[in-house]
Every structure is written in C-alpha cells, then in structure tokens.
Write a protein that binds this ligand. Structure first.
Ligand code: HEM
Ligand SMILES: *[C@@H]1O[C@H](CO)[C@@H](O)[C@H](O)[C@H]1NC(C)=O
Length: 550
C-alpha cells in the first residue's frame, strides 16, 4: 500500500485537496470582499462631512505606520514611514495641516482620527464642548494594564471625576501648609548639586541625576520617603517602569491591541511585561501595606496616607464608594508615569538652553547674532543670574514666595516649555457623542489629537516662533504677561492634574541650580540637535554639560 501510494501523490491527494482549495478560495474571496466593503465604507464616510484628509487605503487606513512598530511596517504598502520617524509625529501632522487645513482626519484601520492644529479648534473642542471631547480611547493593551482605573486613561464619567477631584486637591496640599514639598525639593537639590560638583570641570551627562531627583520628589509626595541615588531596589523599580513604557510603545506588544489574548503568551516581551507588572505591583502593594499598618489619622504624611484616610471616611459614609486600595495603586502608578518624564525632560531642556553660549547660539539665525544687542534671546543666562542675585542672593535657599518678583526667570522657563513642548500631542482624547466642530461632523468614538506643538509654533500667535525669546512673555514694564494661547499642560477637563505642582517644581529646581552654577557645553562640543527625541515625551538628545561654581 505504502509503496504504491508513495510515487503517486498527485492522484492520492486529488479527492482530499478539492475541499481545501475551495475553502481557501472561499476564505480569500470573503476576505477580499470584507476589505473592499471596508474600503467603500471608509470612502463613503469621508463623504459625510468629516474633516478632510488623505484618501484611506483598504484595511489599514492612512497611517497604520504611525502606530505600528517599525518592524511590522510594510514600507512599500504604507508609504512614508521613515519620514515621520525623522521629524517626529507632531511635526509631520503639522505639515499635513498645511495641505488639508487646521482640522483634518485620517484612518488607522477603521478608526477615525481627527487632528486639531490651531488654538481655536482645540479650545472649541476641549473647553466649549468639553462634555463630548473628554473621553479617552479604548485600547486593549492600556485597558489590560490599567484595568480602566487610575486617572490618566480612565473613562470620562463620575468615577474619574471623584478620583480626580480628590487627587487634585490633595496634590495642591503639597504646594502649601505642613505637607509642603518646598523643603523636600530644596533638600533633594542639595544632593543634586553635590553630585554635580563631584565632576569638577569635567563634562558629564545631567540625565541620570536629574531623573533620579525628580522621581524622588514624586516618591516623597506619594510614599513620604526618598531613595538614595545608590539604592539598588529603587533603581530597579525605576528601570522597570521605563522599560515597561518602552516595550509598550515599541514592540510586538502592539499586537495585544489586535488580539488581546497575546498578553498571556509565555515568551518575549509578553512574558517580560507580565514580569515587570508583577514586580512593580509587589513593590507598591508592600508600600501601601506598610502605610496601612502605621497610619496615624491625626497626622497624614503623604498621598497614600491621605487616600487611605479618605477611603475609610467614604466607607463609613456609604457602602458603595469608588475609593479602594486597588484604585490607589493605579493612581500612584499614574503619578509616576505622568509626573516623572515630563518634569525631568522640561528641566533638562532648561539646562540645555542655558548651556548654549547665550551670546551667540541661543538664537537660531546668524543675522540675529550680528544684531546681538537687540536680539531677544541674548544674555538670557546672565539675566536669570542677575535676577536671582537681586531677589534671593547667594546664601538663602529659593522659595516660592520669590516667584512674584522674578518675572524674567519665569518667562525663561515658559519660553523653554513653549519651544520644547515635552507633551506635543497631549494624551489622545475620544468623543463620547456625535458632534459638529467648526462645520465638520465628528462621529462618536473618534480619536482626537490636540496638536499642542503646532499651536506653540504658530506664526499667527508667536512672532518668529522658532526663536528663543523669553521677552515674548513680558510686557514693557518687564512684568509677566499671561498668554491664553500658552497651554503646555493642555486645557479643558482633562488638563494636566499636576500643573500647579509641576510649575512649582520647575521653578524651585531651576532656580536652585542656577543659583549655584553656571552651565555650559563642553569646550569644542557641537551644538546638540534641538528637535526632541520622541519617546513617551519629547526628550532632548543626549548632551553633556560642564558646571562652574558661581
Ligand atoms: C512640566 C511638566 C508637565 C507637563 C508639560 C504636563 C503636561 C500634561 C498634558 C499635556 C496632559 C494631557 C492633557 C490632555 O489630555 O488634554 C497631562 C495630563 C496629566 N498630567 Fe501632566 N504634565 C506635567 C507634569 C505632571 C505632574 C508633575 C503630574 C503629577 C504628579 C502630572 C499629572 C498628570 C495627570 C494625572 C494627567 C491626566 C489627567 C486626566 O486625564 O484627567 N503631570 N499633563
Ligand atoms: C558625554 O561624555 C561621555 C564621556 O564622559 C561620552 O562617552 C559621550 O559620548 C558624551 N556625549 C555627548 C553627547 O557628547
């Protein structure tokens, strides 16, 4: 039998293969039909008054590659992926706005994404139509990681509101009163200065020490303790967090959004992610438990204490409350994720702008340099030093009460924030209803990206938007101008919850460093590339500095 069957495979396969072929052919046909239908649907959708934009391609929409990790991109099919990588998504989207207008749309898969590129449309959406534009998109990967709890990715609704209101007012406590963070920040920066001075005249990278100091501030806010720069366990947890974020953004983990059960795969980044989740959970849960054991109702020390007390109060008052330990756990995670990278990078950008030789390189054009005395960015570093000397002197530590008398320093920080825009596309929003925005139809469930970067480089708002010029935030008398188009923290109901805290941190950290040191780039080093490096936030490209004591 076997010897006969061997040489005649074709004849033997004939009857069995037919159904297979049919099935395969049928499946292919069905797939093709589905793709075609999807495409027709997209084209038809375009016609229904949604904002203009490029024609969608079947199956992937327009910019699959914006969200798809590089290794998965089929360049020949999806087109100009490398172009977006080079300049950053926010710049790419701003360029598209020149073609399609300030409100435009595209599809990722079958998802409609609308990008708002100017201040008026962003304000109309996020402020005037806040009830519609304040939800967050549902992505399986994020939902699985956050259980839809916490604040940053939580859905717009009563629970988010309760949790945010409590956390927000608690954060504000840390700005003043007996829980004030001010002495903690000053103390932390004593360590930073020590660490910087160790380098003497030699150039070094400011990234690790600044990152460590900023996460310590969040730690003392959440846990009531700081960790030494050499503490291995804490370093591991910080590494885990950044590693976790990195693999979520840049690896096969993206596939979880298509097939959620990939999360449970026993290898590669899937396994790593679950390991990281377990370790961080263990670390945080332990800390929460310690707090529960030593809780003193009359003397709360930190965010966890305040939350636990509030939780007990709520439990007594009513049976169903959204405040529980699990929620606390995710909020702490959010504070770390939203509060570390953003503040660290803002401060690094400040140091970078201050290190560029302030007489020449701080402005972008040579013509400006020839007219140096009238050039807006000229002598910024020296002027900040002068102001610090005049208001604070060199013996006393800086305090928030000095801020009112230091408009130039504040304007400098604002100008650095404007140019660097560490959160260029805010955090994606989603519409919870069908609505109309400036004449365009926006369906329910549309992902909305406010392009904050393009607002802060808009020549209609900012004169010479690419130049560094703190004076644009000052009036003729040198007093601070509040400009409503300056929105690095976003606007509307989802505005950054840590805005006040971040402003306070930035001021105290920046001033305490500038008070002690003059920063410069190492002799003969090239000027770093001034466009940011896109991770979760826009970070400066690596650079080294030298410090000299003042
Ligand atoms: C310079 C530093 C910071 C910048 C530039 C910044 C910027 C932003 C932006 C643009 C958003 C998104 C707004 C939107 O979705 O429309 C945001 C959200 C948020 N930020 Fe910040 N942030 C900073 C620091 C902080 C700090 C220190 C904390 C907390 C400790 C924090 C906590 C949050 C939270 C919880 C959200 C989510 C709010 C919500 O979804 O309801 N941020 N931030
Ligand atoms: C910074 O200095 C280190 C050595 O101290 C060097 O390896 C590194 O390449 C420098 N980085 C830059 C961006 O110049």
């Amino acid at each position: 039998m076997s010897s006969l069957g061997g040489p005649r495979p074709a004849a033997g396969e004939q009857p069995g293969a037919r159904p297979h072929l049919w099935a395969a052919g049928g499946a292919l046909l069905l797939c093709g039909l589905a793709v075609l239908l999807g495409w027709v649907w997209l084209r038809w959708h375009r016609a229904c008054g949604i904002p203009p934009g490029p024609k969608p391609r079947p199956l992937v929409g327009n910019f699959g590659h914006l969200l798809v990790p590089r290794f998965l991109r089929l360049q020949f099919w999806l087109g100009s992926g490398s172009q977006t990588d080079a300049v950053g998504q926010h710049v790419f989207l701003a360029r598209m706005a020149r073609v399609y207008g300030n409100i435009f749309s595209f599809f990722i898969g079958h998802r409609l994404v609308v990008v708002l590129n100017d201040f008026h449309s962003v304000r109309e959406a996020l402020v005037q139509q806040a009830e519609v534009f304040s939800d967050r998109p549902r992505m399986p990967l994020i939902s699985m990681m956050t259980k839809e709890k916490g604040i940053v990715f939580a859905h717009y609704g009563p629970i988010w509101k309760q949790q945010r209101r409590f956390s927000h007012s608690t954060l504000r406590h840390f700005g003043l009163g007996k829980l004030s963070l001010e002495p903690k920040i000053i103390e932390e920066f004593r360590y930073v200065k020590e660490a910087m001075q160790k380098h003497g005249e030699a150039p070094f990278s400011p990234f690790p020490v600044i990152g460590n100091a900023v996460s310590n501030i969040i730690c003392s806010l959440c846990f009531g303790q700081r960790f030494d720069y050499t503490n291995q366990e804490f370093k591991r947890v910080l590494d885990f967090m950044s590693r976790g974020l990195e693999i979520c953004l840049h690896s096969q983990l993206f596939l979880i959004n298509i097939c959620p059960w990939f999360y449970y795969l026993p290898f590669g980044p899937f396994k790593e992610l679950r390991q990281i989740e377990r370790d961080i959970t263990c670390f945080l849960k332990n800390i929460i438990k310690e707090h529960q054991e030593s809780l003193d109702a009359s003397n709360p020390q930190d965010f966890i204490d305040m939350y636990l007390l509030h939780m007990e109060g709520e439990k007594k008052a009513s049976k169903c409350s959204s405040f529980d330990e699990d929620y606390l756990f995710y909020i702490i995670g959010d504070l770390f994720i939203a509060g570390t990278d953003t503040t660290t990078n803002s401060l690094l950008w400040c140091l970078l702008y201050m290190s560029l030789n302030p007489d020449v390189q701080i402005t972008t054009s040579v013509i400006c340099w020839l007219r140096a005395p009238v050039c807006p960015g000229w002598r910024t570093r020296a002027k900040v030093h002068e102001e610090i000397e005049r208001v604070i002197g060199c013996d006393r530590a800086p305090s928030l009460t000095d801020k009112a008398q230091m408009p130039f320093t504040e304007a400098t920080i604002m100008e650095v924030q404007r140019l660097s825009m560490v959160v260029p596309l805010a955090i994606p929003h989603m519409t919870s209803e069908k609505t109309v925005l400036q004449g365009y139809t926006i369906p329910k469930g549309t992902v909305v990206l406010p392009n904050l970067w393009s607002i802060h480089r808009d020549p209609a708002i900012w004169e010479k938007p690419d130049d560094f010029c703190p004076h644009r935030f000052l009036d003729d008398q040198g007093q601070l101008l509040k400009r409503e188009t300056f929105i690095p923290f976003g606007i509307g109901k989802r505005v950054c919850m840590g805005e006040q805290l971040a402003k306070m941190e930035l001021f105290l950290m920046f001033v305490s460093l500038m008070q002690s040191f003059t920063f410069a780039l190492p002799e003969g080093s090239e000027k770093p590339i001034m466009t940011g490096r896109f991770g979760l936030t826009l970070a400066p490209h690596p650079f080294n500095i030298t410090v000299s004591k003042r």
